[in-house]
Design a protein around this ligand. Structure first.
Ligand SMILES: *Cc1c(COP(=O)(O)O)cnc(C)c1O
Length: 355
């Protein structure tokens, strides 16, 4: 692998106070960039001062959303070292997203080096307060300056990072969600399994409407039958019904979350039966009404788990787990955050020390 060339920023920014951090707003001093050109492959890996990109107004990413991204975090442990959580899963998923979007595969070693060298250089930006972390956003964009609809030959892989505060400064509060009837996030054969910007653009309207109606997120239904649930907002979703854990299977329109995968592993370790299958919204409401719905939660890197306290569809509303976080949701949160911040033993070998 080519050596990463580092150009340091002439002037470093003042580090923000951890208590005032707003998610995704406080970018650090540097970013990682590597170019890809067809015939030449990946070349010129570099860390440069953080700043605006110069791209051609006709670049494909701006018109045809030729973009994929990832999201992971660097955690500071009690002894001051910094570690990542399952970065190999993020890189593997990025290459699966790349395959779907006609972007080139990036060697895992190169992506990993870009992430770890940037985190090392920005180590002082990894906050130390409880539940804070450094959010890492790798992304890949198609840059060919031409309006024809084709896959790009010139691509960049970029990594930017920013410190983020505690997701739950006031403790894990359950959220209210409703079943989205009109918009769909993804369909089988579409791009639902890829972490690509367009999926998010398509989800904004429903998210906005949910917020206006007093809900924090929507529960997405499948795009074909409009019957089976898929995800909650931009998180995977799980239910505990009659002692069993249920989660939608990875059918092509569900994003394969790293948190989802980790939760399933932990739940199985703890002896729970986990069913990955089609789940209708109707089944959920029935379970809530007949008293077998015990807990519901979303899973994702940002929140880890997000308890669901209320579920609505049309005029119908059900309360889950007394609108409080349930014991399994809490245990998943404690176990995962314990491993991520190095407070609990990492028996699965999920963490990777950076420095
Ligand atoms: C990123 C993402 C998730 C969660 O994935 P994690 O790897 O657990 O962070 C779930 N759903 C969607 C749509 C996503 O984009």
């Amino acid at each position: 692998m080519e050596e990463i060339k580092i150009t340091r920023a002439a002037k470093l920014k003042e580090k923000p106070d951890s208590s005032t951090l707003v998610f995704g707003k406080n970018m650090t001093d540097h970013m990682f960039i590597v170019d890809y050109d067809e015939g030449k492959g990946w070349h010129d890996p570099r860390i440069v001062p953080y700043g605006p990109l110069q791209i051609d107004p006709a670049a494909k990413v701006l018109h045809y959303a030729e973009e994929i991204f990832e999201g992971l975090k660097a955690y500071r442990t009690a002894d001051g070292s910094i570690q990542l959580f399952r970065p190999d899963c993020n890189i593997e998923r990025m290459n699966n997203s790349a395959e779907r979007m006609c972007l080139p595969q990036i060697p895992a070693e190169l992506a990993m080096a870009g992430i770890t060298e940037l985190v090392k250089l920005e180590r002082d930006w990894v906050p130390t307060e409880k539940d804070t972390s450094l959010y890492i956003r790798p992304f890949m964009i198609g840059l060919d300056p031409a309006l024809g609809v084709h896959a790009s030959h010139h691509v960049q892989f970029i990594v930017i990072v920013c410190p983020v505060g505690a997701y739950y400064p006031e403790g894990l509060a359950p959220v209210k969600i409703y079943v989205e009837q009109e918009d769909v996030r993804a369909v089988k054969g579409g791009t639902g399994m890829a972490k690509t910007g367009g999926n998010y653009a398509a989800s904004l309207r429903a998210g906005d409407r949910a917020e206006k109606a007093g809900y924090s997120q929507v529960l997405w239904l499948d795009g074909v039958h409009r019957k089976y649930i898929e995800e909650v907002g931009a998180m995977n979703v799980m239910f505990k019904i009659n002692g069993k854990i249920l989660t939608p299977d990875l059918n092509g329109s569900v994003l394969p979350g790293v948190t989802r995968r980790s939760c399933i592993q932990l739940l199985k370790d703890w002896g729970y039966e986990v069913e990955e299958r089609r789940i209708s919204a109707e089944e959920l409401f029935q379970a809530a009404k007949n008293g077998t719905m015990e807990e519901a939660w979303g899973t994702g890197t940002a929140a880890v788990v997000s308890p669901i306290g209320e579920l609505a569809e049309g005029d119908e509303k059900v309360i889950i787990s007394g609108n409080k976080i349930g014991p399994v949701t809490q245990r998943l949160y404690d176990e995962l955050t314990g491993i991520q911040w190095g407070r609990l033993p990492d028996t699965h070998g999920w963490t990777v020390k950076v420095c």
